[in-house]
Design a protein around this ligand. Structure first.
Ligand SMILES: [Zn+2]
Ligand SMILES: [Zn+2]
Length: 376
């Protein structure tokens, strides 16, 4: 507790961060709306496919809409974006907009929305009180870190570095090893991939740091104010915003730490294997269906086979969806372990039933880690 004074928190837990996302989202939607209704933009033959840009744009818009927190449920965000993409494509039919509605463009939009929704929707709702408390900590950490200009700068630098490293690396590999004919296309994909990796990595470290700050500062999850809980109460309400707090919420969950998380590691491996199998079976099934359908169309003389653009889009979408399914399975497996906190040690799987707690916090006799046990 000695370090409590040295921790500086944003006074209004991330309200600034939410505002930044909202401004970003409004700008992005406005730009996308103008770009999709502008009289045909013409790219050179080397340009990354227009379908890929469609999917990417709608994927990013879905993500931004989710971050604004105007809509709470990730699933509703996905449904709203499907409706918006239909509106966007349908209004291109209007006579004074010199564009035309294309079903392929709309399919590309949908692919982007579905991939983004797979990535953002939480795999399961927390059931136990302790798991819900942990989710509240994650959400508070997320708001806290985005209230800091440093987070925004770090994410921007990570994204830029990803592009700077990814573009030359993929072009070099693809032109020398694969004798690639479309270097611009490859550069675009490589840049996007490494940019996403850079953002994910810095986001993860920022969340860990924010969890550390919130738990050390004994911060209210609603407003970020430090709560003096010296009275020995195990729960109460924040004096400034009335958000309920539990003393146990400031125990840093073992999941956050890298050392000794054997149970989580085992759960992650099991989750990855399960996710890999699900991805292989579902996406493989969809792939076989697509091939059979195009064979059938070719045999009946209906030669509207998917264009090369669309085939490219589908293969990338399959790759993104496979990654999303595996990540979701790993998360779900870890969430299941989290549901057991207080019953089974998250770090060493020791049975904790019968171990006494003070203010809902106990210590694992096997590995010495703190655990939280809260009822309902
Ligand atoms: Zn508060
Ligand atoms: Zn233990």
């Amino acid at each position: 507790m000695g370090s409590r004074e040295s921790v500086r928190l944003r006074p209004t837990l991330g309200a600034g961060g939410i505002k930044c996302w909202r401004i970003l989202a409004v700008i992005a939607f406005a730009i996308a709306l103008v770009a999709t209704h502008w009289p045909r933009l013409v790219f050179g033959p080397e340009a990354p496919s227009d379908k890929l840009l469609h999917a990417l744009t709608f994927g990013v818009l879905t993500f931004l809409l989710w971050r604004t927190r105007w809509i709470r449920s990730g699933l509703i965000v996905g449904i709203a974006m499907i409706a918006y993409s239909a509106f966007d494509e349908a209004t291109q039919m209007l006579p004074w907009v010199h564009r035309h509605t294309s079903i392929d463009d709309w399919i590309a939009d949908l692919v982007g929305v579905v991939c983004a929704t797979l990535l953002i929707v939480r795999p399961s709702r927390p059931k136990s009180a302790v798991a819900r408390m942990r989710c509240d900590l994650d959400d508070a950490a997320d708001r806290e870190m985005f209230g800091r200009p440093f987070t925004w700068a770090a994410l921007a630098v990570a994204a830029a570095l990803g592009v700077l490293v990814g573009v030359p690396a993929t072009v070099a590999i693809s032109t020398t090893l694969l004798l690639d004919q479309r270097p611009w296309h490859t550069a675009f994909l490589g840049g996007m991939f490494f940019c996403a990796v850079g953002i994910a990595w810095s986001w993860r470290s920022a969340i860990r740091a924010a969890v550390g700050r919130l738990t050390r500062a004994h911060a209210c999850f609603g407003c970020g104010a430090t709560i003096e809980s010296g009275g020995g109460d195990s729960e109460g309400s924040c004096a400034s915003c009335a958000t309920k707090w539990r003393f146990a919420q400031w125990v840093r969950p073992a999941v956050v730490d890298d050392r000794g998380t054997e149970v989580c590691r085992r759960a992650s491996i099991v989750g990855a294997l399960r996710g890999g199998t699900i991805a292989l079976v579902t996406l493989g099934g969809v792939g076989v269906l697509v091939v059979l359908m195009s064979r059938y169309r070719a045999s009946t003389g209906d030669l509207r086979l998917p264009t090369p653009d669309m085939r490219d889009l589908f293969s990338y979408a399959f790759a993104v969806a496979a990654v999303a399914i595996v990540v979701r399975s790993i998360l779900a497996a870890n969430f299941r372990v989290r549901e057991l906190e207080g019953v089974q040690c998250v770090a060493c799987a020791h049975d904790l039933r019968g171990i006494a707690t003070t203010r809902s916090v106990g210590i694992c006799p096997e590995c010495g880690r703190e655990f939280a046990r809260v009822g309902s």
